[in-house]
Design a protein around this ligand. Structure first.
Ligand code: SAM
Length: 177
């Protein structure tokens, strides 16, 4: 299992970022995302996309993001510009996940992340050590974790599917409910 936890959410200001953390987690191969309980609008958007474009993917609210970290029975990866470089630790993280079967919790922040999170994480990982975006960091990290295999994923339960094409847009209804 690979889960994503969005830590912190400033209503209004973070609405699109929190939604995009959820959509990116879903599109790039994670199994589920937790968002803070004041991010109900983002949760609804991600659930709606999953209904239309398929899953399986779970999106849930949590009133205790740090409780999720503490109770996680697996390894915790905290994405932060201050962390070890992704290219230096990705092999160890993949080994824990694939060879040892450890579930992975990927934590991304919004504003300042409490120091406890740095201590509780098994790895603090920087996707570069430059400041950028939780959405970009998550995308690169998941692609490294899955080594590109997430791009071949099949979707279940979709009521629509995009047909890739060189030019133009084609969306077809599927027979699945
Ligand atoms: N300044 C805040 C701090 O010191 O904790 C972080 C704000 S940043 C806009 C929001 C989130 O983006 C961070 O919590 C982290 O998860 C992610 N992020 C930003 N740059 C990153 C990087 N280079 N590598 C990995 N994650 C990054």
């Amino acid at each position: 299992e690979v889960a994503v936890l969005r830590l912190g959410h400033r209503p209004g200001r973070d609405e699109r970022m929190t939604t995009h953390v959820g959509l990116t987690a879903r599109a790039l191969g994670a199994d589920r995302v937790w968002v803070p309980d004041n991010a109900g609008q983002s949760r609804d958007t991600v659930a709606d996309i999953t209904d239309r474009f398929g899953g399986p993917f779970e999106v849930d609210l949590t009133d205790s993001p740090q409780g999720i970290i503490r109770n996680w029975e697996g390894r915790v990866v905290h994405l932060t510009m201050y962390g070890e470089q992704v290219q230096d630790v990705e092999r160890d993280i993949r080994a824990a996940h694939r060879e040892d079967g450890d579930p992975i919790l990927v934590v991304v922040g919004a504003e300042k992340v409490p120091f406890d999170v740095y201590e509780e994480a098994d790895w603090n990982v920087g996707v570069t050590n430059q400041p950028h975006s939780e959405v970009a960091g998550l995308a690169v990290f998941l692609d490294r974790l899955f080594e590109g295999r997430e791009l071949e994923r099949e979707w279940e339960g979709a009521d629509r599917e995009v047909i890739p094409m060189e030019t133009g847009k084609r969306v077809e209804s599927t027979d699945e409910e």
